[in-house]
Design a protein around this ligand. Structure first.
Ligand SMILES: [Zn+2]
Length: 371
């Protein structure tokens, strides 16, 4: 490495500008790794950051480098690094921890002022050619998964929520013999963002009877990605929720990924007895959508009478990333071509403006390539 700076995309909230800038490359410490970022995704979360004038900047800077979903290649390792070598394909994790959370579970850290989220809040993201990073923030990817590696972060969010749902369900060692013997667990996934889609693929791997509620037509680009899977796809813009409720739709596990509070509330009646619902989508704080009137009596009565649990789950810890590598390997063997089609639009970093002006309805996971 001769250059001491790297090209980086930067968002300046003071004037709302997004532009390329030169950014310093931190000198490599003995336990650090120099990574060349090869591709960075652009998600709904990134879009929200670039519209947020009160985003939290990394200490000492008046801008933030966006990009929290990326893949890269190890270029150089510090003298003490054992787990990585030059040429390894890696995915960086998002959270920069407080250094006091046990088992690297910084995704559970209760002190938001003590951790940062790369490319989201308080730490620079990955839309840059090079970065120096500690090995504990990198996940090694088998070379055959390189083309799908951008899906790993979304899949890890799905893994965490699914693992938690299973653990909550296991609090009862329960079975009712009035149920049919061959009952297959039922799951509802709402929303077809990248996490919703990866959630659907993940649950197909685990053999669930899957239903998707979505407000898109069944020939929409996103719903087409689900074609290889055995599931029921319901466009709730066409079929009112009240009709589905009357038809007896009811689920044991629900994964809400829309980030739309109105939608979250409208799916609550679909929780069956002993059901758990994971809320994964983060609402947009600036959204002007009105929260609907809710029959709160009915909601709480159902929760109590049905032993129901609703929980929030966001960004995965290292365990979930590692589980995602294992499951992505299997998904790649089964559905590699469909999964690749999730990565819809690719532009060189210098053409970031083309990415920013894409119509979000015509794209799933657009990305920037860096060379
Ligand atoms: Zn902590």
């Amino acid at each position: 490495m001769t250059s001491q700076t790297t090209r980086a995309l930067a968002y300046f909230p003071s004037d709302g500008e997004i532009r390329l800038t030169d950014f310093p490359i931190q000198p490599l410490e003995a336990d650090e790794i120099l990574v060349r970022i090869t591709r960075v995704a652009f998600t709904r979360r990134d879009r929200l950051l670039l519209e947020n004038k009160s985003a939290i900047m990394p200490e000492g800077d008046n801008f933030i480098i966006p990009g929290h979903v990326a893949v890269g290649k190890v270029v150089e390792i510090g003298s003490m690094v054992k787990e990585f070598e030059p040429g390894d394909i890696v995915v960086p994790t998002i959270r920069r921890d407080c250094h006091r959370c046990i088992d690297a579970r910084s995704d559970l850290c209760p002190h938001p002022d003590r951790y940062q989220d790369s490319g989201i809040s308080g730490a620079h993201g990955f839309a840059r050619d090079f970065m120096t990073v500690h090995g504990r923030y990198l996940i090694k990817i088998p070379p055959q998964l390189e083309d799908l590696a951008l899906l790993l972060t979304h899949l890890s969010v799905a893994e965490k929520a699914h693992q938690e749902a299973i653990q909550i369900i296991k609090r009862y060692n329960f079975y009712c013999y009035h149920d049919s013997i061959d009952v297959v667990p039922s799951a509802l996934i709402t929303g077809m963002g990248s996490v919703g889609i990866m959630m659907t693929y993940l649950l197909s791997l685990y053999g669930y009877r899957i239903t998707v509620f979505c407000r898109r037509e069944s020939d929409d680009i996103r719903s087409k990605v689900l074609e290889p899977l055995d599931l029921e796809y319901i466009n709730t813009s066409r079929i009112p929720m009240s009709r589905l409720e009357k038809a007896g739709y009811s689920f044991q596990q629900l994964f809400e990924t829309t980030g739309d509070p109105e939608y979250m509330i409208s799916v609550m009646p679909f929780m069956g007895p002993n059901a758990v619902m994971a809320i994964i989508g983060v609402p947009d704080h600036d959204s002007e959508e009105k929260i609907p009137e809710v029959d709160i009596n009915r909601v709480f009565t159902r929760m109590v009478m049905g032993n129901q649990v609703i929980f929030g789950s966001i960004k995965a810890g290292r365990d979930a990333f590692e589980l995602a590598v294992k499951d992505l390997t299997e998904l790649s063997d089964l559905y590699g071509d469909s999964l690749v089609s999730l990565l819809t639009d690719t532009f060189p970093l210098a053409e970031y403006n083309r990415l920013l002006t894409l119509n979000t309805r015509d794209t799933i996971i657009p990305s920037l390539t860096l060379t």
